[in-house]
Design a protein around this ligand. Structure first.
Ligand code: ATP
Ligand code: MG
Length: 408
């Protein structure tokens, strides 16, 4: 049992008698004190499970005031113990919501019953409070989810309206041009229709991805892929839609194939490369580098660098010392302000230096989720006006010799 009890009683002989009886009943007496002030001190020293408190105490503080103070600072139940008390004191005592009341003189058994009932009631009340708190936390989390979903929906409605308007206007222009002839104008309108539809498609894809990720429905499905071919195709696709004509280059390594989830990898790399292009309004080079890290002391450099300009998510990548595939996307663009680096993976976050460059702030949230789903980590190093490098490390899982990483 080992229930610890503090006895607050100013009559030394009575206090000793109570302490003796409590010990006989199998309780541990943490201390016997004679004033409310001492009781508060002792409680701070050795947290008892219950306080047996005489109402009439010597000194400035009586038992009721001491119980009030104990109740406001701790969750320890008090049982009052007194020979007599006037009505006013009794009323005050009631207001402190005591867990029991024992009238002196009392039998040993009265003491035991009062203590056990008080402890039991306290246990039930604590459990009820905990259950209430848990349900409050659950309610808050449901509300937070609903709030986020609302945010998606209103953002989607807003963002889909712009390209939709562009499509409608372009279609009207095309209709007018059909009668008036005008190849150049038709070409422009068609281009607008094309890019607006692409934007709507991308947003719908992003929202579906986030919805599935939040519902825990996204799964990682690793299969062997030819890395070099995969990256070359991706760069070629992105180069096609890149009007600004950045130089997109692939820096391959000795790793040519791997076992990875193709869809997730596509989502990660395309978002990072699109960002690299988008946030380099003056053009320049965008490179995609591949690396294989053995995760041993033999590796030349650490995967993620540590500096005020860098950020990485190690918590999601405990096996940083095991073999990994590294993908780096480097650009020479506007960079990310040091103070905002910690926020870029947050949903809807956009840095202040983006100016007129459009975006929804969803891409990197999606990338982080896709990286985490594969047990990887993502890091970013950036300097404003110089450029940005995103590093993705995905764990290499040893598979059968047929499917192992092949090296040239
Ligand atoms: P979208 O949802 O269309 O991807 P977005 O590009 O604004 O919109 P994220 O890809 O999540 O959203 O990026 C978040 C923010 O991080 C960007 O708005 C931008 O401020 C910053 N950022 C991301 N990549 C780069 C980069 N390569 N260079 C500079 N800033 C970047
Ligand atoms: Mg983006």
């Amino acid at each position: 049992m080992n229930t610890k009890i503090l006895v607050v009683e100013d009559e030394v002989i009575v206090a000793e008698d109570i302490a003796g009886r409590l010990k006989k009943l199998g309780y541990t007496v943490t201390a016997t004190v004679s004033s409310g002030e001492e009781a508060i001190e002792k409680i701070a020293e050795n947290q008892p499970d219950l306080v047996l408190m005489d109402i009439v105490l010597k000194g400035h503080m009586d038992g009721v005031t001491a119980a009030e103070k104990i109740q406001s600072n701790t969750n320890i139940p008090t049982v009052f113990l007194t020979a007599y008390a006037d009505d006013k004191t009794l009323q005050r005592a009631k207001l402190t919501n005591p867990f029991g009341y024992i009238v002196k003189p009392f039998q040993q058994n009265d003491l035991r019953v009062a203590i056990e009932i008080a402890l039991h009631r306290h246990e039930i009340e604590t459990k009820m409070r905990q259950a209430l708190q848990d349900s409050e936390t659950a309610r808050e989390s449901v509300e937070e989810k609903a709030r986020r979903q609302n945010q998606y929906i209103s953002m989607a409605a807003h963002e889909l309206r712009n390209p939709l308007n562009a499509i409608l206007i372009s279609a009207e222009i095309l209709e007018i041009d059909r009668t008036r002839q005008g190849d150049e104008s038709q070409g422009r309108s068609l281009k607008l229709v094309h890019s607006a539809t692409q934007k709507m498609n991308q947003l719908i894809d992003d929202m579906l991805f986030m919805g599935r990720a939040e519902a825990g429905k996204l799964k990682c499905n690793p299969l062997p892929i030819n890395l070099v071919e995969f990256c070359q195709e991706l760069l070629a696709q992105l180069q096609l839609g890149n009007e600004a004509q950045h130089q997109l280059i692939l820096v391959p390594s000795d790793v040519t194939s791997a076992i990875l989830d193709q869809q997730l990898l596509h989502c990660i790399l395309s978002n990072l490369i699109v960002n690299a292009i988008k946030y380099s309004p003056n053009g320049g080079q965008v490179s995609l580098e591949l690396e294989y890290h053995q995760g041993t002391k033999g590796d030349k450099e650490p995967i993620f660098c540590l500096s005020p300009h860098s950020l990485f998510t190690t918590s999601q990548f405990p096996n940083i010392n095991s073999p990994s595939l590294i993908f780096r996307v480097r650009d020479e663009g506007i960079g990310i302000p040091e103070t905002e680096l910690g926020k870029i993976f947050e949903m809807f976050y956009r840095c202040k230096n983006t100016g007129k460059i459009k975006g929804n702030g969803l891409g990197l949230t999606i990338v982080k989720k896709a990286v985490e789903l594969q047990g990887g980590a993502i890091g970013c190093e950036s300097k404003v006006g110089i450029g940005t490098t995103f590093t993705v490390a995905l764990p290499y899982v040893a598979l059968s010799s047929k499917t192992e990483l092949s090296k040239t």
